[in-house]
Design a protein around this ligand. Sequence first.
Ligand code: PEP
Ligand code: MN
Length: 263
Amino acid sequence: VASRETRAEPTCVTALDLKIGGGHIGVIAGPCSVESEEQLLTSARAVKAAGATGLRGGAFKPRTSPYAFQGLKEDGLKLLAAARDETGLAVVTEIMTPGHIDLLVKYADVLQIGARNMQNYHLLQAVGDAGKPVVLKRGPSATMDEFLLAAEYILDRGNSQVVLCERGVRTFETHTRFTLPLASVPYLQQRTHLPVLIDPSHGTGIASLVPPMAAAAVAVGCDGLMVEVHPEPSKALSDGAQSLTPNVFAEMMETCRTVASSL
Ligand code: PEP
Ligand code: MN
């Protein structure tokens, strides 16, 4: 169902003012985790002013260590909904288990399937049934066929609002957190009508590499970006090393607009 052979026209995934695909480059930005009202609202206002139309923020976090900050859970979802009410940004947040569907549907505009859950088939079916737009992240060791077949689990439930997100894969290289293959953009666009989002934050793990990789992603024709932004990255409870300050994010957006207008 994801194949270009079944549908020649590119799919545009839409939530409020967020449009990804079909000629629209949608930008989803915000903190890795929702940490407090002030942290989230400061981030939301800044990314909106810089031109983002989606607000990201995890309330249920898939952390490598069970002792690391796990997210504010429903309190975090309430803060996201309040930020949407103030700014109009579409809320994008991760769902980790089918048991949270009713809770997440109440607060979120777009459900994110994290890299670790790309092949959690019951979760994919549950978000397919939920009928909300989905950002499906590529598993760090998943092949393109596995990635596309994971998307099929959602499409097969009658939900065509699926965005494929390349967030980097695991390789021998350790200088960057993951290795970000930008060839995924034209490759996937040639095989599927689904829009392709690039996440240069998790893809590199290093804040200074995020703006150049975002610009490169736009240059290869991505349908959108997901970028981590934090008012004080050094104090972030997760992923501070890859989070941009609001000022650097605004400059990144300016550069990306210049690149996009030259395509
Ligand atoms: C995230 O978006 O904060 C996240 C956990 O991403 P990923 O699933 O790509 O690791
Ligand atoms: Mn993160």
